[in-house]
Design a protein around this ligand. Structure first.
Ligand SMILES: Nc1ncnc2c1ncn2[C@@H]1O[C@H](COP(=O)(O)OP(=O)(O)OP(=O)(O)O)[C@@H](O)[C@H]1O
Ligand SMILES: [Mg+2]
Length: 314
């Protein structure tokens, strides 16, 4: 694992509007990194700065330790990116598009071309005209083009836009494969939290130009819960169950439909639940089911973070 991208104190203003405010973070090879934020948060602006589409005015960006300002060409040699719509010739086939692209790049071997076509799952359709491709196929051809020169940092702005759930899953598998098996750093942006949760190892949550959270998906999900674990009890007498459990100061109870929710704030939550269950049985209550309630997903965490967030840097 090595540092792929280093963003240092990047700020960007348009007129008197601050679009990015002192953004700093690093991303690493072998990870899928998500840039997550609502519309207008500054995701595309940051990606345009990293990919050299707009000039850096304040701060510094390094790609594999090469400064974009000072060593632009070297920095760019590590980068593959799709920002907005990748350029493709619709009247050419997928393969002809690839060959067109290869002519502009150095060092793309015939083996790499075949490898990339296979990687994005276009083997059967590569000789069809792009005009006959579905959106998902065009998207995958775009990923193939961006991967041809073996970039170690791949950046895709909203890659799942417009894809159906199967297309999203396919792309997700392709991108996690590239990151985890080819040791590439894959950076994707999205405003869809549920999808980032499945695709990314770490995310930066960006809101109004500020990075308000930077953490692994695992941590984000558990932090959003405050390490609280919830179990749902179904018993022969819920009222008595609640009354008995309320005597245990380590948990909070909350009726929910035909169940009683028990919130535990402790690392040994399983032991606590086991002893509560034994206590209930001892008091003559039939315990029908005890089930763990799944954590809230990142979408809920994201909404609660951005609602509370207001530019706070964590
Ligand atoms: N060329 C420009 N001139 C002026 N303002 C701009 C320009 N480009 C972007 N902005 C503003 O910068 C802010 C961030 O825009 P940006 O496109 O980076 O957001 P985003 O996070 O990519 O949003 P989305 O999810 O909608 O793609 C917005 O307020 C936008 O209006
Ligand atoms: Mg955008």
């Amino acid at each position: 694992m090595s540092t792929a991208l280093k963003i240092k104190n990047i700020s960007k203003t348009y007129g008197n509007r601050t679009v990015l405010n002192n953004v700093s973070f690093e991303t690493y090879t072998g990870e899928v990194f998500g840039l997550l934020g609502p519309n207008g948060a500054g995701k595309t602006t940051l990606i345009k700065l990293i990919t050299g589409l707009i000039n850096i005015e304040e701060g510094e960006i390094e790609i594999f330790e090469k400064s974009l300002n000072k060593e632009y060409e070297e920095a760019m040699s590590y980068l593959g990116a799709i920002v907005e719509n990748p350029e493709m010739y619709k009247y050419l086939t997928g393969r002809q598009n690839i060959m067109q692209y290869v002519r502009m790049r150095k060092n793309v071997t015939p083996e790499r071309i075949e490898e990339v076509i296979k990687l994005v799952g276009l083997t059967n359709r590569i000789n069809d005209k792009v005009s006959k491709y579905s959106l998902g196929m065009r998207q995958r051809l775009g990923v193939a083009l961006a991967l041809l020169h073996n970039p170690r940092l791949l950046i895709l702005d909203e890659p799942t836009n417009g894809l159906d759930p199967v297309g999203i899953k396919n792309l997700r598998d392709i991108l996690t494969n590239i990151a985890h098996k080819e040791d590439v750093c894959v950076m994707v942006s999205s405003h869809l939290m549920s999808e980032m949760e499945l695709m990314c190892d770490r995310v930066a949550i960006i809101n109004e130009g500020n990075v308000i959270r930077l953490d692994s998906i695992d941590n984000l999900l558990s932090v959003s819960q405050g390490h609280q674990v919830t179990f749902a009890y179904s018993t022969s007498d819920l009222e008595k169950t609640q009354h008995l459990i309320a005597e245990n100061s380590e948990v909070q109870t909350e009726p929910d439909n035909q169940k009683l929710l028990v919130h535990v704030n402790s690392d040994n939550n399983l032991e606590i639940i086991a002893s509560i269950t034994a206590m209930l049985v001892k008091n003559g209550i039939s315990v029908y089911t005890v089930s763990k309630v799944e954590n809230q997903n990142l979408e809920e965490a994201f909404i609660s973070i951005t609602n509370k967030g207001g530019g706070q840097i964590v």
